[in-house]
Ligand binder design. Structure first.
Ligand code: FES
Ligand SMILES: [Fe+2]
Length: 322
């Protein structure tokens, strides 16, 4: 085992909203557990642990959505989205145990930014914060999300450490110099602001380095809890990225990037925005081989040029349950 850490608690993305139609049910493997995600006929997304408390059938293999319930394929018991057994089709009396409350573990679920999110806590504690709304993801003036995803042999904490590890940008991402950013942390939020002076791209596609022609590119990256990152990259153009990391188990992670940009912008800005998106995607693909093969070093030997790695780790540790 390369990672010896528990799964952090927080909101984690399960699926894109448009991938779950009313009446649909999916099996997921996240948080080291088997889960079912379904959408009721009334349109509500719900998530339950997959194994039926009656005799253990897996609801993801033959289970069906009936109205607001999910029915087990083995003996037809029906559960609502809170995990309460609502119907035992052949029982004269409902077993006392199912009358006392939920018979199955359910996850708090919400839909935001065109994604379905579940709150995971190892002890089943209730949510202590929220998922940030990104207005552009529900705006008619912005493009539908352009999505990318990867399964990686790493943990959520390690993915986030990448932003604090400024030195790797020169070696993994061929940066000319280390990014200089301002980092601020406030409770569950962590904001990194980077401002880089870049030569202006002219209409003919060349870079102008003339005095007064330089402009700034701003990259604001906000972590909201362990599972959500919002990155805004702006220059003359604008790109907004929603990054999500979902623990598959305590050794593996599902990473997703969704990008949106203004529907109408000049051809040049469109070109720059797409190139920026490709650069972000290409960047993470440079990180993945390192993540896939590294291990966690609890007490690293750091030098004075390394970024705020220890501060990042201290911030992240708030998401490990006692
Ligand atoms: S195992 Fe699910 S109803 Fe029997
Ligand atoms: Fe990186």
């Amino acid at each position: 085992m390369r990672y010896n850490k528990p799964i952090p608690f927080g909101w984690f993305a399960l699926e894109y909203s448009d991938q779950l139609a009313p009446g649909a049910l999916k099996t997921l493997h996240y948080f080291g557990r088997e889960l079912v995600l379904f959408r009721t006929e009334g349109g509500h997304a719900r998530a339950l642990d997959a194994y039926c408390p009656h005799l253990g059938a897996h609801l993801g293999h033959g289970g069906t959505v009936l109205g607001e319930h999910v029915a087990c394929p083995f003996h037809g018991w029906q559960f609502d989205g809170d995990g309460v057994c609502r119907e035992v089709p052949y029982a004269n009396n409902m077993p006392p145990k199912v009358q006392q409350g939920p018979a199955m573990h359910s996850y708090p679920v919400l839909e935001r930014n065109q994604m379905i999110w579940a709150w995971y806590h190892p002890n089943g504690a209730a949510p202590t914060f929220d998922v940030d709304e990104i207005p552009e993801f529900s705006s008619e003036e912005f493009t539908p999300p352009d999505t990318y995803d990867w399964e990686i042999n790493t943990i959520v904490q390690e993915c986030g450490e990448n932003g604090a590890d400024v030195a790797h940008f020169m070696f993994v991402h061929n940066a000319q110099e280390m990014p200089q950013g301002e980092v601020s942390m406030d409770g569950i939020r962590r904001l990194t602001r980077i401002k880089n002076k870049v030569p202006r791209l002219t209409e003919d596609g060349s870079f102008s380095e003339a005095e007064g022609d330089w402009e700034f590119i701003h990259v604001d990256s906000t972590n909201i809890g362990p599972g959500q990152t919002v990155q805004r990259i702006s220059r003359a153009f604008e790109v907004i990225m929603l990054g999500t990391v979902t623990p598959i188990d305590d050794q593996r992670t599902h990473l997703r990037f969704a990008f949106t940009m203004p529907r109408t912008q000049t051809d040049m800005n469109q070109f720059l925005a797409e190139a920026t998106r490709d650069n972000v995607v290409g960047g993470v693909e440079q990180d993945i081989p390192i993540w896939n093969n590294k291990r966690y070093v609890e007490n690293p030997i750091l030098c004075d040029g390394d970024g705020p790695i220890a501060k990042y780790r201290k911030w992240f540790s708030q998401f490990y349950a006692a």
